[in-house]
Design a protein around this ligand. Structure first.
Ligand SMILES: Nc1ccn([C@@H]2O[C@H](COP(=O)(O)O)[C@@H](O)[C@H]2O)c(=O)n1
Ligand SMILES: C[C@@]1(CO)OP(=O)(O)OP(=O)(O)OC[C@H]1O
Length: 163
């Protein structure tokens, strides 16, 4: 077996919640009174997966590659950004081992939507859905998440290439 070169990456992001916006999360829309605000579709889960992947390959971060000052990314579907990030990694010989993530959101409950998010992200990333873990937590009504002013997320990834 050839020697494998493993690297880990980590991502963190926050988006404000605003009434009346579609709530893009994990590549799907989650029914809710509020949605996330951003230059793109503001899909915080995809953004942290992008940042974790870029970090693992030491390729800076999502805003470096897709600046929020660039009109071409206004309202963009973050699945396109994730596909672009994967291209950058695969061009350099990296493959994704697995993704683990946590969404911090007071409400709504996202558990019922997690299988659809996993399936959607698996298709975009060209991975088995079993390699993409998505978890959720409230912050017990504390802080900006607890006040339902925003949504946060964290992701960790393992990437590898044969040395
Ligand atoms: N937006 C959320 C938040 C949490 N969950 C699920 O509920 C469980 C309990 O949440 P705590 O914050 O009290 O730990 C959590 O483990 C998740 O399974 C959810 O689906 N959506
Ligand atoms: C994704 C980008 C690109 O449109 O915009 P936002 O949706 O504002 O997201 P953020 O995580 O704040 O920063 C990265 C941006 O460059």
């Amino acid at each position: 077996m050839p020697p494998f070169h493993f690297r880990v990456g980590f991502g963190y992001d926050v988006h404000q919640l605003q009434a009346g916006l579609p709530f893009w999360l994990g590549g799907i829309t989650v029914p809710h009174t509020h949605g996330a605000l951003g230059h793109s579709d503001a899909d915080v889960l995809i953004h942290v997966i992008c940042d974790a992947l870029l970090g693992a390959a030491n390729l800076r971060d999502i805003g470096f590659h897709f600046p929020d000052t660039d009109p071409q990314y206004k309202g963009i579907d973050s699945k396109k950004l994730l596909a672009g990030v994967l291209r950058l990694l695969r061009e350099r010989g990296y493959e994704v081992g697995n993704v683990d993530s946590t969404i911090c959101l007071e409400r709504p409950k996202v558990n019922p939507h997690i299988p659809a998010m996993q399936q959607t992200l698996a298709e975009v990333m060209g991975l088995d859905a079993d390699l993409i873990s998505i978890k959720a937590t409230t912050t017990e009504k504390l802080g900006f998440v607890g006040r339902q002013e925003g949504v946060a997320a964290y992701a960790t990834v393992l990437v590898y290439k044969t040395a």
